[in-house]
Design a protein around this ligand. Structure first.
Ligand code: ACO
Length: 331
């Protein structure tokens, strides 16, 4: 991605939303045959947030977006485009983005959803960036990752139900008249031949749900996903760095998709990263798919882990399989 030299796209404001209800490992141990010790040591997760029955993905996205707008110092009328990354949209159609558009009172701007599972937020950032670079129309863009994964988790399957949580994270991207700040590079990839390692086989038009038959639940080959995750995240991180000539040693903060502590530790080892440069909030929230990276980015900023001028590397993998990495010079 080559920017016109006179301007850049920065993260102007971030927002996050977590449902009030928490579900601890000990509570899960009363639902399925598992233990706090197993979940902590195999995943690093301690607790996750679960939305209320009536709380929809669009509601969580709306709250995260409100905070991102506030932190950006912008009004809903300033937004020129809205993209929502999700695998748990409120309805098959219309898009969750149009529902959030209405909730926020945005103008009649383009609004659409994007589905790339846990890489969804970084895919949406890349699409927003491309549109902002190409067209003068898009000056302030709302990019949201939101999921109500609790609705597609099989709460009797201990191998998956311990992993996921509900949340939303949002960013306002804005154009600034300054060269080489903000989003410097973005790389995306996918491999559809491995789609069945992690999928929801039912509930779509290929195998619709009827009453209690074919409930749409996450099915996963955890061991294979684990291996692919480390391999593709290492590769896409190296690709984004080599395209910009930035050395991994120059990176101040790495925010990986928060799926599993051991996947992150393995990535740290493969990339020879200093562990203190890697931000992890997984223990409190679990895997929140498209919300994972904006939520972690929000927390990292809150905790003062990212400062102006820092090099920040975002890296994700997800179902598809998909993967993505974004390099940012924080502004
Ligand atoms: N509690 C207790 N035992 C369990 C649990 C549990 N919650 N889950 C599985 N086990 C058991 C298994 O049944 C198995 O028992 P067995 O040996 O008697 O057959 C044993 O633990 C080992 O199971 P494995 O699957 O080999 O465990 P592993 O160490 O691979 O850990 C895990 C499983 C945590 C799922 C791991 O494979 C993983 O994290 N994979 C990646 C998952 C992931 O990141 N998914 C999402 C990515 S993409 C996205 O975010 C949408």
């Amino acid at each position: 991605m080559k920017h016109p030299s006179e301007h850049s796209v920065i993260f102007k404001g971030l927002g996050a939303y977590l449902p009030k209800n928490k579900l601890t490992n000990n509570e899960l141990a009363q639902m399925v045959n598992t233990s706090d010790e197993w979940i902590r040591t195999r995943t690093g997760i301690v607790t996750r947030h679960i939305a209320q029955t009536e709380e929809k993905t669009s509601d969580m996205c709306t709250e995260a977006a409100r905070l991102a707008l506030k932190n950006a110092g912008l009004q809903p009328s300033d937004i020129d485009l809205i993209i929502v990354a999700t695998v748990t949209s409120d309805k098959i159609f219309p898009s969750t983005a149009t529902i959030v558009q209405k909730n926020l009172g945005l103008g009649p701007v383009p609004a659409f959803d994007l589905e790339a599972a846990c890489s969804g937020f970084l895919y949406a950032i890349d699409v927003a960036l491309s549109m902002m670079v190409r067209s003068a129309t898009y000056k302030n863009v709302l990019v949201i990752g939101g999921e109500k994964l609790s609705t597609i988790v099989d709460w009797t399957d201990r191998s998956t139900c311990v992993l996921f949580g509900d949340a939303a994270g949002a960013a306002v991207l804005s154009k600034v008249n300054e060269a080489r700040v903000g989003i410097i590079e973005s790389v995306l990839g996918a491999d559809g031949s491995n789609a069945e390692l992690l999928h929801v086989p039912t509930g779509g038009i290929a195998m619709p749900t009827s009453n209690d038959v074919n409930k749409p639940f996450i099915k996963m080959n955890g061991k294979e996903v684990f291996k692919h995750a480390v391999r593709v995240m290492e590769k896409v991180a190296r690709d984004v760095l080599s395209q910009t000539g930035i050395d991994i040693k120059d990176i101040d903060c790495v925010i990986p998709h928060q799926a599993n502590q051991r996947i992150i530790e393995s990535l740290v080892e493969h990339l020879k990263l200093s562990p203190e440069k890697v931000f992890i909030n997984l223990s409190k929230v679990g895997n929140t798919s498209a919300a994972s990276i904006p939520l972690a980015l929000f927390d990292a900023i809150q905790e003062g882990r990212i400062k102006r001028g820092n090099w920040v590397l975002l890296v994700a993998f997800g179902a598809g399989l998909t993967w993505a990495s974004t390099l940012i010079k924080w502004h």
